[in-house]
Design a binder for this molecule. Structure first.
Ligand SMILES: [Mn+2]
Length: 330
């Protein structure tokens, strides 16, 4: 096995020295790519290009067209030397690229508390609301002159991973970085219109069906929604149409845990969990082999819809019972 088990944890100075020294980068994103993994990857690509480096971004899945405004497909014809994964907490999240790159990730830039230290080098900032915050700090430390394209890529990461700057992961640093991107001329309102205020017709039809079959459990503290293959077929909704569903799962008053089950293929469900403190989504999904952040995490369960639902509901129930037991102590 070509696995190296040692993962060197890097400081900001270390990673900048490393990035300056190396060249011919391939930057990997996670499967089912979102605004943060893509914004981080292309922000890094555009930034490193300014240092004269050659960079290509590789994603195992098709990139949704809504991100076209920062996608840069130039300069892809070279032999990759340095492999970087961005916003990828676990090597399994590389999807089909997993086998090709196992044991060969030179550098991982991430902000997930659940990071599994699979890369040879890791720059991890679990206080960052988005991986794009980490990339901003790295490019800033490298002394790179930011332009509007870099700003648009990084802002997309910041905005999408914070639900348009309204989740609990937002800090003063998130806003400070956003402010700096405004100074560079980021197209913030247009980006947010595309990311948050635009829905396809099939998305609306899918939402109607999903809400129609929503369930409430544990004294209405847990809401469950399912996007079955049947719903996906009937509405023709795309992957990116389905991205906005998990945040809806905890939008009902009194709900502490929102569960979204998306049927990937017959007998396989991607579960997205959204919680409010003190419930810890990453810990709950960890019980089913997944992970993520305190308020947003995920896992994959093999089985029927009923089996997948029972598995995640059992884990949520346990967490709610711990919460109830804790609140009895005075
Ligand atoms: Mn992220």
């Amino acid at each position: 096995m070509p696995m190296s088990n040692v993962c060197e944890v890097l400081t900001l100075a270390d990673i900048c020295a490393y990035l300056k020294e190396r060249d011919n980068y391939v930057v990997l994103t996670h499967t089912n790519p979102d605004g943060d993994t893509l914004g981080s990857a292309y922000g890094l690509k555009l930034g490193l290009k300014k240092l004269g480096k050659r960079v290509q971004v590789v994603c195992c899945d098709e990139i949704p067209h809504k991100y076209d405004y920062f996608i840069d497909d130039s300069e892809c014809d070279f032999v990759p030397e340095t492999v970087v994964a961005v916003d990828v907490a676990d090597i399994k999240l590389l999807g089909d690229l997993y086998e090709r790159f196992e044991g060969r990730i030179d550098l991982n830039i991430d902000h997930h508390v659940s990071n599994t230290h699979y890369a040879n080098r890791l720059y991890l900032d679990a206080d960052a609301a988005a991986c794009a915050e980490c990339v901003y700090e790295i490019l800033d430390e490298l002394g790179i002159e930011f332009d509007r394209d870099i700003a648009n890529a990084l802002y997309t990461g910041l905005s999408t991973d914070t639900g348009c700057f309204k989740y609990g992961n937002v800090t003063d640093r998130t806003h400070r970085i956003a402010a700096k991107l405004y100074r560079i001329g980021v197209d913030a309102s247009e980006i947010n219109r595309i990311m948050f205020d635009t829905k396809s017709k099939s998305r609306v039809q899918m939402e109607m069906m999903v809400l129609n079959s929503a369930e409430f459990h544990f004294e209405d503290r847990c809401m469950v929604m399912a996007i079955t293959l049947d719903v996906q077929r009937k509405t023709g909704c795309s992957r990116s149409d389905m991205e906005g569903v998990p945040p809806m799962s905890r939008s009902v008053e009194g709900v502490l845990a929102g569960v979204t089950l998306k049927e990937n293929r017959e007998g396989e469900f991607k579960i997205s969990l959204r919680t409010y403190a003190p419930l810890d989504a990453s810990a709950i999904c960890g019980k089913l082999g997944g992970g993520g952040h305190k308020a947003a995490a995920g896992c994959t369960v093999i089985g029927s819809l009923e089996e997948a639902k029972s598995a995640i509901l059992a884990a949520v129930k346990e967490a709610l019972e711990e919460l109830d037991a804790g609140s009895d102590i005075t």
